[in-house]
Each structure stands twice: as structure tokens, then as C-alpha cells.
Design a protein around this ligand. Structure first.
Ligand SMILES: NC(=O)c1ccc[n+]([C@@H]2O[C@H](COP(=O)([O-])OP(=O)(O)OC[C@H]3O[C@@H](n4cnc5c(N)ncnc54)[C@H](OP(=O)(O)O)[C@@H]3O)[C@@H](O)[C@H]2O)c1
Length: 271
């Protein structure tokens, strides 16, 4: 998927202290990119940056919270101050929640909107302001396969991930011919700290259902999208069929994901 040509880009990544964000930072830096890492856990960012620098890469930590607009503006400003430009903004920071809609507390919905939706809004907005002066740039939003097809127990998380798709699709249409591009990525269940963060934040034990992929696999698909920008990326290619079936035959897709959920529950119980 990736090529060995040097990746001559300055890339800012939110949620780069672990999981997919960290894997993208490390892979892109190894390919020659300059990476600017943002997240709240400063010591984790410093550790990732130190590793990249030790391997001969260029990296900078700009700690920040995606729910604070000023932090996202600072991320872009510091990147431009230090490296003179920003080529790619990867809007990756995100949190999950598992539970049926009827039982979902309002505060949880607000928190997910804050991090997953406002976080995307602030990071994309800050990058876009810079991209418009440069007349070039690439915004990549990390949605989820449940941003294309909701599954039982994921209503509030899915809603925030659908928001990524609507925002990026509209933005892409607005930007046509501008030199600025926007992409959306739909990972399936990925082996990261995502579920331990749910446990930490909401006290829930959640197990990913169905097929799984590694953070490195998702990162490779994202780096490939930086090299060859395109509208949408399904790192697990077969997942695209779920999106297609959902549009053509939504009731059938309902049955599919219900079966899938039951199988998942049975597998968890068996484990
Ligand atoms: N893992 C999956 O199964 C899966 C599947 C589909 C899509 N995704 C999406 O992939 C993205 C990355 O998740 P991951 O799987 O790599 O999980 P992860 O390992 O938990 O990483 C999440 C990252 O987001 C950061 N973050 C959380 N809240 C933040 C905030 N308020 N401000 C700034 N940063 C914040 C975390 O850093 P700090 O805690 O240090 O701030 C961390 O670096 C998310 O958007 C997620 O929805 C994940």
C-alpha cells in the first residue's frame, strides 16, 4: 500500500499519545515526514516524540485538548512557527461509549459530542484557516465503520462518527478546486487503548466485536491516503460492503448487524 518515496510533509495529529494517532506519527516520521503530536497526556507525547527523534525523525509535542478551540489554534500556530507550514491535519482524537440509547445519560452524550464532534470542528477549523492562506492542505478525519452504519449499543458514539462524515463530505464539496482536500477514514475494531479509555472514563468493560485490525494497519492506510489523497479510506476493505448494503437495503443491514451483535455477545460470553 505504501511506497518508499520520502514523505515530505508537515503533519499535525490529534490524539497522538496512543493507538492509531501514535502509529500514524511513528509510521509517517519513519517515512520522512515531520510530525507534530497533540493530546492531553504530556508524558506520553514526550515519550513518542523521543522515540521518533532517537530513530532520526523530526517530531514535536504540542500538548492540547481537542475540546478547547485555543489549543487547536495553538497546535497549528506552533507547527507553522517551528516548521514554516502545515500540510496535513489528522483529526484523530476520540473517545467511545457502549450502551443502549434508552440508558445513555445526557452527560455522556454531551461529552462524546464535545470530544468527537467539537474536537473535529476545532482542529479542522484551525487547520483550514492556515490551508486557505497556503492554498493547499489536507484534512483527514478518523471516523469509524459505525460512522457509516450504526450497530446496537453504539447510538451516541455512532452519531458522533456520522457527524465526521457529514462534515467532511460537505467540506470536500466546498473545497473543490481550491487545492485543499479532505478525507474520511473508517476503521473497524482496532487494537488500541480505546477500550481501556472507555473503562477509565465510563467504567465499562467493552470487547470489540467481529474482525479486528492493528493500529499499524490503520496507520499504513492513512499514510497511503496522505501520499494519494482520496475521499474515503476503508482500512479493512470488506467493511465498505456494510456501508453499501446499508444504503441499498437498510432493513437487511439492520438484521445483519443484529446477528453480528448476537454472535459477538455469544463469543464474549464464551471467552
Ligand atoms: N479502536 C477502535 O476500535 C476504533 C475503531 C474505529 C475508529 N476509532 C477511532 O480512532 C480514533 C483513535 O482512537 P484509538 O483507537 O487510537 O484510541 P486510543 O488509543 O484511546 O487513542 C485516543 C487518543 O485520543 C486522545 N484524546 C482523547 N480525548 C482527548 C481530548 N479531549 N483532547 C485531546 N486528545 C484526546 C487520547 O490522548 P490523551 O488521553 O492523552 O488526551 C489518545 O491519544 C478515535 O477517534 C476513535 O473513535 C477507533
Amino acid at each position: 500500500m505504501t511506497t518508499s518515496a520520502r514523505l515530505d510533509k508537515v503533519i499535525a495529529i490529534t490524539g497522538a499519545s496512543s493507538g492509531i494517532g501514535r502509529a500514524v506519527a511513528e509510521l509517517a516520521a519513519a517515512a520522512g515526514a515531520t510530525v507534530v503530536l497533540s493530546a492531553r497526556r504530556v508524558e506520553r507525547l514526550d515519550e513518542v516524540v523521543a522515540g521518533i527523534v532517537q530513530r532520526g525523525g523530526r517530531a514535536l509535542a504540542v500538548p492540547g485538548d481537542v475540546t478547547r478551540e485555543a489549543d487547536m489554534q495553538q497546535l497549528v500556530a506552533r507547527t507553522v512557527d517551528v516548521y514554516g507550514r502545515l500540510d496535513v491535519m489528522i483529526c484523530n482524537a476520540g473517545i467511545g461509549y457502549h450502551g443502549i440509547f434508552a440508558d445513555t445519560p445526557r452527560d455522556v452524550m454531551r461529552r462524546l459530542v464535545d470530544v468527537n464532534v467539537m474536537g473535529l470542528f476545532y482542529s479542522a477549523h484551525a487547520a483550514l484557516a492556515r490551508f486557505r492562506t497556503q492554498r493547499s492542505g489536507h484534512i483527514i478525519a478518523i471516523s469509524s465503520i459505525v460512522g457509516r452504519r450504526g450497530i446496537p449499543g453504539s447510538s451516541v458514539y455512532a452519531a458522533t462518527k456520522f457527524a465526521h462524515v457529514g462534515l467532511i463530505e460537505s467540506l470536500r464539496a466546498e473545497l473543490a478546486g481550491s487545492g485543499i482536500v479532505a478525507s474520511v477514514v473508517y476503521p473497524i475494531s482496532t487494537d488500541t487503548e480505546f477500550r481501556s479509555a472507555i473503562k477509565r472514563d465510563f467504567g465499562q468493560d467493552v470487547h470489540g466485536l467481529g474482525p479486528k485490525q492493528s493500529a499499524d494497519h490503520v496507520a499504513a492506510a492513512i499514510v497511503d491516503c496522505i501520499r494519494h489523497p482520496r475521499a474515503e479510506v476503508y482500512p479493512y476493505r470488506r467493511a465498505k460492503w456494510l456501508a453499501i448494503i446499508s444504503v441499498i437495503a437498510p432493513a437487511f443491514a439492520d438484521r445483519l448487524v443484529q446477528k453480528y451483535q448476537r454472535r459477538g455477545t455469544a463469543t464474549e460470553a464464551d471467552a
